[in-house]
Write a protein that binds this ligand. Sequence first.
Ligand code: AMP
Length: 217
Amino acid sequence: MRIVILGPPGAGKGSLAYLLKEELGISHISTGDILRDEIKNSTELGLQAQAYMKKGELVPDEIVLGIIETKFDSDIKVEQGYMLDGFPRTVNQAKGLDRILEKVKQPLDYVFYLESTEGVILSRLTGRRICRNCGALFHMTNKPPKQDGVCDHCGGETYQRTDDSVDTIKNRLNIYLESSLPVVEYYGEQGKIRKVDSDKEAEEVKEILLRTCNAHG
Ligand code: AMP
């Protein structure tokens, strides 16, 4: 299965992708995760991206498209399927993806659009904590780690993303409305969009999504 997961920050794209990866064994490509790795490793690309990410702004299209192109040229086993999370975030990126997919002759099967309300988004993002070591996700109210600051799975340190502060979240949401919502329209015109209510828990969203895929063959 080859899918794109769209939705505002805090819609649960990462949590859903984690569950789908376990269930379907397909590659999970998150441009946000790739960029954070680049920053951690102080690469040239990371240095370029850092200033944008800190403010919650979009990293320029040519940088992000370059990352995706490299992925498709190297480690994505396209024939086994993949899910793209956090990409494309602009219509220009969506058109760039179309060109890449045309080259590899592996068109998308579905584009899932996770719809969430603002209250749920804010609560999810401000409470989110992540393990620095294994990437496991926690929430300070709904799913706190058993020991404060320590990952239940691997004992790694949990942290809060610097762009999960209230002001930066608001900026990210505005940018989402301006630049990323048109991507939903773009795929809608191609008849590819499947809307899912993602105020629900990730496990339930996953079930709905899988049922949708089965129903459409
Ligand atoms: P995410 O982990 O998907 O919430 O992304 C975190 C940040 O990484 C975003 O706020 C952007 O600054 C940057 N980013 C991730 N993916 C993209 C993309 N496709 N286009 C531009 N910027 C991106």
